[in-house]
Design a protein around this ligand. Structure first.
Ligand SMILES: [Zn+2]
Length: 334
């Protein structure tokens, strides 16, 4: 293999990633629908026509067909080319970082399961348990084969820690605001992450995913509330975000002396409490609506974005850049 130029291997690896991504699309859709994904052929979800092989080529078919079904012209979900491209680039990143090694094979398998978990979580806020269990098993095997630099002891203990951390937090939030802020799926993902990464990196992933969740979900929630004409709640969410950011950045930039910083932090805290009060009021009101409607719970009624994608995004970052992330977070908090 050493005679083959790197760019040619890269092209092959990218195409392999696209094809696996195409398969992952099918697994995401059919496991959400509870269908068999090995024995049946691909068909259009609307007109049920079976797809010819040339309509199944990753990314290219989507471009050729201009994003529409060849039979009924129904728009094809952007999910298909998106998952394929993400998988292609993930595989490429695995090859570039670790070469053509057994470790890379494991990294590819792990990334594939990350895409599955994030995919089902994004689409229907559901985690398929078996995906998380298999990934946890792969993680433990990863350390048994001494490929990850994590001891078996660390791997198993961190898997248990990951589960307990999210379960305890979820039960705690249920006591306080009335529903689990984290789903059972998040606890299962954390089991797999603990098994793969070990204790130190698991902590790093949790911190990073909380930061990501704040930065991405608060503006989205605020925008949704503006659409619902609930300006007070929208503004409250934005104030929480700006407050958190300003406390971090003022500390980071060292603008004030200690006394002035304390005073500043105190004022921010008071404003944050006011904003949080609005939000908690809104959540408890929503909770009553949910109970009234019994089983007609719409997913969009929940205020918390699915946390799984944030956990997984943080994990991908840590898979490739754990040492850099550690330095950035430590600088940020100091
Ligand atoms: Zn069709």
């Amino acid at each position: 293999m050493s005679n083959v130029p790197v760019w040619i291997v890269s092209v092959y690896v990218f195409i392999l990633g696209l094809c696996i991504g195409s398969f992952l699309n099918v697994v995401i859709l059919r496991s959400l629908a509870g269908e068999d994904f090995i024995h049946s052929r691909s068909k259009c979800p609307r007109c049920k026509n079976q797809l010819a092989w040339y309509m199944n080529i990753p990314v290219f078919s989507y471009i050729f067909l201009r994003g529409k079904c060849a039979f009924c012209k129904e728009y094809i979900s952007i999910q298909y080319p998106l998952v394929e491209l993400i998988c292609g680039f993930c595989y490429l990143a695995g090859y570039i970082s670790f070469g053509l090694t057994l470790k890379t094979l494991f990294v590819w398998i792990i990334l594939s399961f990350f895409i599955l978990l994030a995919g089902t979580d994004f689409k229907e806020t559901v985690i398929i348990d078996i995906h998380a269990y298999i990934l946890a098993f792969v993680g433990i095997l990863f350390s048994v084969l001494k490929l990850s630099g994590v001891s078996i002891f660390d791997s198993v203990l961190s898997a248990i820690f990951g589960f307990l951390f999210f379960e305890i937090l979820a039960l705690f939030t249920r006591k306080i605001i009335g529903f689990r802020m984290f789903g059972e799926g998040d606890s299962l993902i954390a089991v797999a992450l603990g098994a793969i990464f070990g204790f130190k990196i698991l902590l790093l992933i949790i911190v990073l995913s909380f930061i990501l969740q704040c930065f991405f979900s608060i503006p989205i929630i605020a925008l949704r509330e503006i659409n619902n004409k609930k300006y007070c709640v929208a503004v409250s969410y934005l104030i929480v975000l700006i407050g958190l950011l300003s406390v971090f950045f003022v500390n980071y930039l060292n603008l004030f002396d200690d006394n002035l910083y304390l005073f500043f932090a105190l004022i921010v805290c008071i404003i944050l409490l006011w904003a949080l009060k609005n939000i908690v009021y809104e959540i408890t009101e929503k909770k009553q609506n949910v109970f009234n409607e019994n089983d007609g719970i719409e997913k969009s009624q929940f205020y918390i974005m699915p946390f799984g994608p944030a956990l997984i995004f943080a994990s991908v970052v840590c898979l490739f850049f754990s040492s850099q992330v550690k330095v950035i977070i430590l600088n940020f908090l100091n």
